[in-house]
Design a protein around this ligand. Sequence first.
Ligand SMILES: O=P(O)(O)OC[C@H]1O[C@H](O[C@H]2O[C@H](CO)[C@@H](O)[C@H](O)[C@H]2O)[C@H](O)[C@@H](O)[C@@H]1O
Length: 277
Amino acid sequence: MSDETTPVEALIRTETGRAGLAAVLEDPSGAVIGLDFDGTLSPIVSDPASARIHPDAPAVLVRLGELVRSVVIVTGRPALQALALGEASDGPSLADVPGLVVLGHYGMERWERGEVTAPPPPPGLDRVRAELPAVTRGFDGVLIEDKGRAVAVHTRTAADPEGALLALNEPVAKLAAASGLIVEPGRLVLELRPPGMDKGRALRGFLSERAARSVMFFGDDLGDIAAFDAVATCGLPGVRVCSGSAEVTRLVEHADAVVDGPEGVVRFLGALASSVG
Ligand SMILES: O=P(O)(O)OC[C@H]1O[C@H](O[C@H]2O[C@H](CO)[C@@H](O)[C@H](O)[C@H]2O)[C@H](O)[C@@H](O)[C@@H]1O
């Protein structure tokens, strides 16, 4: 297990990752640090509304925000919701990170300096809202989360979470297709959301907008693979950090470093801030 006294270099396991880290350390003012929210900055809990940012995350991101070009959160959550769940009872909150940008709804929505910009919600959502309860009926404990621009079906609280997820796959995919939406699979969740954006496109656009010279992205879930791919193919030196869990193992093969969940992410960020600052 690493901690802030472990040099950040010791946490990287690939040559490309070491080159990416060297670029970030040599030229921090050119670095973009991108992070997913749930499972990366915020420990996974049963009720999505009860999630909260790791208590030590905002302070370390504030430190980094003062040192790097940009800190950007790229999340499936609505941007304002991620910020609300990023409030700390003690110390700084996520919104206090200097220059923070939050790209919500997989990049469809953007929060910056207190302003949210987003396209109108997709018209197919009304049909989903009307028909989804009939699809999930019979699966005790399944939760429908209405996110305004998307609707998620959560099975974490079902009697058989994996079984419910498997059984719901097909009917949810059919309803999504009939409503002009796509299914975004995640940690015991199937989300019906508009097509045309993903975390990879969102991150790529942000890197070019900020004229980044290096990039580091932290993620834990299937939706973060697109962002990891963007790091690998954007032409900049980069580091992909997996917030590891027993629940999602597919990210590990795409990662330059694997840490132990949000606790490990916070330690990594602390070690990074100590090396940069
Ligand atoms: O892109 P992210 O920031 O990782 O958001 C992805 C989804 O995260 C949330 O669900 C996940 O976290 C919940 C709270 O820990 C957990 O109960 C659930 O099982 C996870 O799938 C959120 O509720 C979704 O809306 C996000 O799309």
